[in-house]
Ligand binder design. Structure first.
Ligand code: GUN
Length: 299
């Protein structure tokens, strides 16, 4: 039976280190790490995410700002706000919550954020740095960065000789995950909806990362004995056993089934989820250290 990788506990570990390092920066330089989170419109899920980011930032001792704009905000007004935050010395990290309303070009907004404040790691400069291995000056997207840290805790930093399969080719998870695993010496394959015999490919994986958004797709017979599985999926499915109309969260992996074959698996919830917000705090701290000309801590 596999070990359950406790993302909540590892995320708390990261946050403790962020708090200590923030206090040290404030004491040594007078600089308080600052984050600005921008939300446009009233999507309830986005509002919950944004509120929890602000709460965690305050818990870390950061200066935290939330900019809430109406759904009908023009693209030009949003660009103006981002440019203002780019120039604001109190702000070291900027996050524009996605998705944005349809009339706004998200790509343009992301590329307007200064690469030095791009704590989401979505700017082309940061994507390029990750792709070329310039990790000391890059920002890595929070979900893959958190997933990599979990792998690190299970298998160590050097993945030489191990086969990794990433299921899903998104810009936010799959592609950065590929680059991170490669930077740690794994032999990496990306699988996606057009891959032939996905189950057989997954069975070659010492490290299997699932990020496709298909509830409980990965079963025990897809898993190599002794594999480490990172489940990035968050899917809400009906749970009639909890009462009429009730739902529950599951990952892309059938946890109970896969755990009979794997050595270690992340649960959903309580695996990758808590790591994402912890890495956002870590990225913001790193941004503040860099702006102060100090060497940031490693996570
Ligand atoms: N919406 C859902 N996840 C994310 C994320 O990681 N960053 C941003 N900016 N928006 C999101």
């Amino acid at each position: 039976m596999a070990v359950t990788i406790n993302g909540k506990e590892i995320a708390e570990d990261v946050v403790s280190k962020v708090k200590l390092s923030a206090a040290k920066l404030i004491e040594g330089t007078g600089i308080t790490p600052g984050i600005a989170v921008v939300i446009v419109g009233e999507d309830p899920a986005s509002q919950v995410y944004v509120a929890s980011k602000g709460k965690k930032a305050r818990e870390c001792g950061f200066h935290s700002e939330q900019h809430t704009l109406p759904a009908e905000t023009s693209e030009e007004d949003l660009v103006t706000l981002v440019e203002k935050l780019n120039a604001d010395p109190l702000i070291h990290g900027i996050l524009v919550q996605l998705p944005l309303p349809k009339h706004i070009d998200s790509g343009r907004i992301i590329q307007t954020i200064s690469p030095d404040k791009d704590v989401d790691g979505f700017h082309f400069i940061n994507v390029g740095k990750l792709g070329t291995g310039e990790l000391d000056t890059a920002f890595v997207p929070c979900t893959p960065a958190g997933s990599m840290l979990l792998i690190d805790r299970v298998l160590g930093r050097d993945l030489s000789g191990l086969n990794a399969v990433v299921v899903g080719r998104s810009n936010i998870v799959g592609k950065p995950m590929f680059n991170l695993l490669l930077a740690h010496n794994a032999t990496v394959t990306i699988a996606h909806s057009k891959t032939k015999d996905l189950a057989a490919l997954c069975r070659t994986a010492d490290i299997l990362v699932a990020a496709v958004g298909r509830p409980q797709m990965i079963k025990a017979d897809w898993v190599k004995p002794g594999a480490t599985i990172i489940d990035v999926g968050i899917n809400r499915i009906p749970a009639p056993e909890r009462g009429e109309g009730k739902t529950r969260l599951v990952g892309d992996v059938d946890f109970a089934d896969a755990a009979t074959v794997a050595a270690a698996v992340t649960p959903v919830p309580g695996g990758v989820g808590p790591m994402t917000i912890a890495m956002l705090m870590a990225n913001t701290l790193v941004a503040a250290y860099r702006s102060a000309g100090k060497t940031p801590p490693r996570f």
